[in-house]
Design a protein around this ligand. Structure first.
Ligand code: FES
Length: 61
């Protein structure tokens, strides 16, 4: 049996996703997950969407 996917929203930061195989972006494109945990951008400013590139740390919310 597969482990459940666990999602945790960081305060003013990315959404951490553990155990996923694929993340769908807002246009329905599939992005393969190759790590146990990935950080998904929630601010919309990352240059590597759907992944967080830490840009959220330097932009005002
Ligand atoms: S949440 Fe980190 S760059 Fe958007």
């Amino acid at each position: 049996m597969n482990e459940p996917v666990v999602v945790r929203q960081c305060v003013d930061g990315p959404m951490l996703v553990r155990g996923a195989d694929v993340v769908l972006d807002d246009q329905g494109n599939e992005h393969r997950v190759t790590r146990p945990v990935v950080a998904v951008c929630t601010c919309g400013k990352s240059q590597r969407k759907p992944w967080c590139d830490a840009t959220h740390k330097v932009i005002p919310r």
